[in-house]
Design a protein around this ligand. Structure first.
Ligand code: NAD
Length: 506
């Protein structure tokens, strides 16, 4: 394989095909690392336009003192717009960022194989097309690899290095090392639908849409509760930003590519948004309304109250949340007992069980029961979803609310469904990551890195698992499966293996 690419890469000539948003970013990053870069686009003038835009954005960085003027001049001098692919015949690496269409990409590779040397590496920035399928028909299919950047390319650290069945391991390793030299964090992925990030992220959107579809809660409650565990954006505002057309298309492609596996079934609610042109921010309305003067949805904020004066108060279970509650009760002078060995977590009084969700609904646990959502450290804000049993008396429900408010939360009442909002979403993200690892799509570390760097998750799925337990996640998924029945919540065999392993013994 290409010695320049594997060894002394800095001088290796790179050809970027497609001068759109991704191609321009890839050209910038390659040039910044010192490569001479040729930039080609089928649309005449597009490569020059991309370079002109880059000039403007880099000049702004110079003005802000974020980049020295001579470094910018050097970088720009390394990028040459070319009007003919033939001009880049000496390239060591071609990165393709053209339209997301298998036939167009295959045609490009076949055209390029007639131009570049036999050892030139061909890398595709596709988000969804199979690398195995794309390589079919190439003279040297082993040199084709996925090099999946994230938008905006200069800022996003992640590169998924995607291997298809044909990809030679040394090509994937060379591109992995190259991405690192370009200042990126590379992770290996096997070519399967959605690769790592676009696959593992599906439940973040899907569970939110399912909850909205059955009117369990409101978008603002959903978004706020997920931001409370560290997500920068809630699922509803994030889908509005991505655009429902794009988000729906990715979900559909993952669903179809998995032979219509019900786990990935798209949402009717989202389809309606797409069909109605309510695409999100870019169209002025999606889940939220962005029109000028539109009312901003607000959370209902309950006034803080004193802790209810009660006898017979007991705390159940251990962990940081119960430790904090114990401190608060003590500080407020409320007499209570604490059973850290209890098989549930929360607080009870003679008239109420207020339990942290373990997946079971409050209604399945009794009448005078309410459940509240899970927390994953750090508890970023105090917004907390909770639900009373459908058989709870009004007094019981208001007592549950009063306790949560007095303990410093902004309680948000939602419908009583398994694992509420955070527990359900995180369990499904872990489950999807577990299957990806089971199927050899990525490693545990690769999944964690990919989600933190590709979509800015506050933690990787296996970080959450480490703070929870495989059995705890299985319990939630099984409760969801019992509640909804179907294939969507089937437990990853990988999680079962982990749970068996944690049982210990022979
Ligand atoms: P874009 O529409 O901004 O740019 C595509 C460019 O390719 C256009 O300038 C177009 O003229 C050119 N082009 C189309 N067919 C061509 C051909 N046959 N030869 C040469 N040039 C051709 O698209 P984009 O958002 O930059 O996406 C490009 C690729 O990157 C797609 O495969 C997409 O799935 C992938 N991708 C996009 C994102 C993203 O967030 N936009 C993220 C990761 C990967």
């Amino acid at each position: 394989m290409n010695k320049n690419l594997i060894g002394d890469a800095a001088q290796a000539p790179v050809l970027v095909v497609g001068a759109g948003i991704m191609g321009a970013g890839i050209a910038q990053v390659a040039a910044q690392a010192g490569h001479p870069v040729s930039l080609y686009d089928v649309r005449p003038g597009a490569a020059q336009d991309a370079l002109a835009k880059l000039q403007i954005s880099l000049a702004a960085l110079v003005a802000k003192g974020k980049m020295p003027a001579n470094a910018v001049a050097d970088l720009l001098a390394r990028i040459t717009p070319v009007a003919d692919l033939q001009a880049a015949a000496r390239s060591s690496l071609v990165v393709e960022a053209i339209v997301e269409n298998t036939e167009a990409k295959r045609a490009l590779w076949q055209q390029l194989e007639a131009i570049v040397d036999a050892d030139c590496v061909l890398a595709s920035n596709t988000s969804s097309i199979s690398i195995t399928a794309m390589a079919q028909g190439l003279r040297y299919p082993g040199r084709l690899v996925g090099m999946h950047f994230f938008n905006p390319v200069p800022l996003m650290k992640l590169v998924e290095v995607v291997s298809g069945l044909h990809t030679a391991p040394q090509v994937a390793d060379a591109v992995f090392a190259l991405a690192q030299r370009w200042g990126k964090v590379a992770v290996h992925a096997r070519s399967t639908p959605g690769f790592i990030v676009n696959r593992i992220a599906r439940p973040y959107y899907a569970e939110a849409l399912a909850l909205l579809h059955e009117r369990s809660t409101t978008p603002v409650v959903l978004d706020t509760c997920l931001k409370a565990i560290g997500f920068r954006m809630g699922p509803c505002e994030l889908m509005d930003l991505i655009g429902h057309d794009t988000n729906f298309a990715v979900t559909q492609s993952v669903y179809q590519a998995n032979f219509y596996d019900k786990r990935y079934v798209p949402s009717l609610l989202q389809r309606e948004l797409v069909d109605g042109g309510l695409l999100g921010r870019k169209s002025g309305r999606g889940i939220y309304d962005y029109a000028e003067g539109a009312a901003k949805p607000q959370l209902a904020v309950a006034p803080t109250t004193d802790l209810p004066a009660r006898s017979g108060v007991q705390l159940h279970g251990g962990g940081t949340r119960m430790d904090a509650w114990a401190q608060q009760l003590m500080a407020a002078g409320v007499a209570f007992s604490h059973d850290p060995q209890s098989d549930w977590t929360g607080l009870s009084t003679p008239t109420l069980q207020l339990r942290q969700t373990d997946g079971r609904t409050a209604s399945s646990l009794g009448a005078e029961v309410a459940v509240f959502d899970m927390a994953f450290a750090p508890e970023g804000s105090r917004v907390l979803a909770w639900a009373p049993s459908v058989r709870a008396s009004a007094t019981c429900a208001s007592e549950a609310h009063a306790w949560l408010a007095a303990l410093g939360y902004q309680p948000q009442q939602v419908a009583d469904q398994p694992a509420l909002l955070v527990g359900r979403t995180v369990a499904m993200l872990i489950n999807e990551a577990a299957d990806a690892v089971l199927q050899g799509v990525c490693t545990i570390d690769g999944a964690n890195q990919a989600m933190k760097l590709g979509v800015n998750y506050p933690a990787g799925p296996f970080d959450w698992l480490a703070a929870w337990s495989a059995q705890g996640v299985i319990d939630v998924l099984q409760a969801l499966d019992t509640h909804y029945a179907g294939e969507r919540y089937r437990v990853s065999p990988w999680l079962r293996q982990q749970a068996w392993g944690q049982l210990g013994g022979a």
